[in-house]
Each structure stands twice: as C-alpha cells, then as structure tokens.
Design a protein around this ligand. Structure first.
Ligand SMILES: [Zn+2]
Length: 385
C-alpha cells in the first residue's frame, strides 16, 4: 500500500530538508508549468503542514472543503485524522490533518511523500521541492536522431584553471570535447555540435545554443559541459572525477566548485562575477527544473561510465548552481574530469591516451543514457502521458 505510514527515517529526512533550506524554512515549493509556487508551511503541531487551499493552488488542483480534486481523482481528508481516502482506498499519514481557523491544514508529507509515490509520472520530490515531471521537453517522436551539444569549458581569454605544471584547463577541455564529438559522430542516430572547436570564448548563454547558431531550430537533447578541477593551493593531493547537474549546492565543496566555474562570467563582454544567489538558479530557471530528473540520470550514467574506465577516485554525482547549465533547456550536466592541481593527474589529463579514455567513457555513457531516455520518451508517448 502506497500510503504507508511515513517512516521515522523519512520524517527525519523531511525535517532535515526543510530545516536545511533555512531561508525558505516556512515554504513548501512546487515547480510546475514553468513557474515556482511557494506554499506557506507552519509547524504549530510539531510537524510541517500547509493549508489545503494553498497546496491545491500550487499543485494546480481544485479544492473545496476537505477535498482536493486531482486530475480524475479526488482526495478526501478528514479533519483531525491522519487518514484520507482516494478512489475508495484509505491511506494514512504519520500525522493528522487539523483545522486552523477556517483552514484545513494538511501535513507536508502528503505532498512531498505520498503524492510522488502515488503519481510518479507527474511528480517527483527533489532537493526539497515537489517538481512536475517534464512532458514537453523530450524529443518529438518523429525525429529519428538525437542532438547532443558538447561544451569544452572556458576558451579564449578565459583559460580556466591552470595546472601545477602550467596545463591550461581550456586546452584539456577542448581536446576531450573534440574527441568526444568524433566518437559520437560514429553513432548513426546522434548528431553533435561543439559549443567551440577552437581557442575562443563563448558566453555561458550561447553555449547550449550550438545547434541554433548553425541555423537549426530544433531543441537539443543533451548538453555536456567538460571541465577540469583545481584546488586553491597547488600542488594538492586531491584527485578524481565528478559529475554535476544543476541545483542548489548541497555541500560547501560543491558550492566552491560552482563558484570557481562561474567566475568565467568575468571574461564575458558586459559580464561580471555576479554575486551568486544559489536559490535563484532553481527558482527562476524552471525549464531546467523540469529537466532535473533527466539531468540527474545523465550525470549518473556519465559518472558510472567514468568509474568503470578511469583511474579514479570516483567523487560521485553532485549538484551545484552552475551558470553554464542555467541556459540549458535540455538534460544538462557538467563533468569535472580530474584535478589539474594534482601533479600525477595533470600528467594524465594532458596525455592524449587518457583524454581518449575519458572521451570513450563519456561517449559510452551518452549512448547508454539516450537508449534509456528513448524508452522513457516512447513509453510516455505511448500511454498519452
Ligand atoms: Zn572549468
């Protein structure tokens, strides 16, 4: 039964998540239809709860009295009870609903836990938010090829980071990006565009638009930005690879990586190293939010593939507020292929054999991801969802 009692672990997770988003402590955020909706949450009973009317508005559902009308199904709450009914089935929450003045208050876990479990094709719970799954950004079924944008990070007057031995990030990313493009062009159903194929600077905003700039008006399917990592002090023993998708940073390390990569903005005409407001990346960039789930899957595929072939260590799939991913309206990731601040890894990263190994790992991941993605696209079209 889906409406199982919320486990202690999940309750702790929810509490922790709401507590973590300190500036938004009082809100439950729903991302839907290209907009972000904040629902006021109160904790007068010791657990987060929201007004049924506000919650229904945010979710795009109708509301009347103790009813929330989802598409095709109504949810009937009982004030003062943890039980609720949907289509003749009874479910239970960890905490009861209650009334506050004229308002029915619904525990946040109903929206954050029950809803994504009951309607997995429509809702997903991610990074403290309830996000409606994308339904329009996937490839139209009539197209018989995938469009992949490969973005070698930095370029021109923006060298990126510089290695212990002087290796420039922009050269490593271009070499790997070109190899990856060559490798993917061998696939009959993949078309590739590089955001740059020489030592030149392209703005963050233009990088995902590589096809558009070649006169193509189709929305690409994937965007992969390639980078190399660095520690503030060199040489440094840190090494390994990691893959990011766009979201609020969860750790200080992830935030530091994003800040460093975002500093490229200062090289753009009219650009400045703008103050970073991580929350705004998510809250204002709704198309990316809709692609969050796919971006995470792509990042997972890439990181798994690198783990299988590269020397490692595998630093994992992470999330961060990367400016370059903000403009991407398709599944998009940023790969940090290794540390130039580490002597031995710098040597590897400048060798063409290791660059080829990275390109192969990335290409395998893209091919695998697209095969799965295609299945998800077909099945969603097939069922009219
Ligand atoms: Zn970089």
């Amino acid at each position: 039964m889906r409406g199982r009692i919320v486990s202690a672990a999940l309750a702790a997770l929810l509490a922790c998540t709401l507590g973590w988003a300190a500036p938004l402590l009082d809100n439950l955020v729903v991302v839907r239809d290209g907009s972000s909706f904040s629902v006021l949450v109160e904790e007068s009973r010791g657990y987060p709860a929201a007004r049924a009317s506000a919650l229904a508005d945010a979710l795009g559902y109708a509301h009347a009295g103790n009813l929330i009308q989802m598409d095709g199904e109504s949810v009937r709450f009982i004030a003062g009870s943890p039980f609720f009914a949907v289509g003749g089935q009874i479910y239970q929450l960890a905490n009861p609903t209650y009334t506050s003045g004229p308002h029915l208050m619904i525990p946040a876990s109903w929206a954050l836990e029950w809803l994504p479990a009951a309607r997995p094709r429509q809702w997903t719970y991610m990074d403290g938010r309830l996000v409606e799954r994308p339904s329009v950004t996937v490839r139209p079924p009539e197209r018989d090829h995938w469009l992949v944008v490969i973005d070698p990070g930095h370029g021109g007057r923006d060298p990126g980071t510089t290695g212990v031995g002087g290796t420039r990030e922009k050269d490593v990313t271009l070499a790997i990006g070109k190899r990856l493009a060559d490798r993917l062009r061998r696939e009959s159903d993949i078309e590739v565009a590089l955001s740059r194929n020489r030592d030149t600077l392209v703005s963050f905003a233009d990088r995902p638009r590589a096809f558009e700039q070649r006169g193509r008006d189709e929305v690409p399917d994937l965007f992969i930005s390639i980078h190399a990592n660095s520690m503030p002090r060199k040489p440094h023993s840190a090494r390994g690879f990691e893959t990011y998708f766009l979201a609020i940073a969860r750790t200080d390390e992830a935030l530091q990586v994003a800040l460093r990569e975002n500093a490229s903005l200062q090289f753009e005409d009219g650009g400045s190293a703008a103050a970073l407001d991580p929350l705004n990346y998510m809250l204002t960039d709704l198309q990316s939010a809709a692609n969050l789930q796919e971006s995470r899957l792509l990042a997972t595929s890439i990181n798994r593939s690198m783990a299988a072939t590269l020397n490692g260590p595998d630093l994992g799939v992470k999330q961060g507020p990367f400016q370059v991913l903000v403009g991407a309206t398709m599944p998009a990731v940023l790969v940090e292929v290794g540390y130039l601040s580490n002597r031995s890894e710098e040597r590897l990263l400048r060798s063409s054999s290791y660059q080829a190994k990275i390109a192969d790992a990335l290409a395998d991941a893209v091919v695998n991801y697209l095969a799965d993605y295609g299945q998800r696209v077909w099945s969603s079209y097939g069922s009219g969802g």
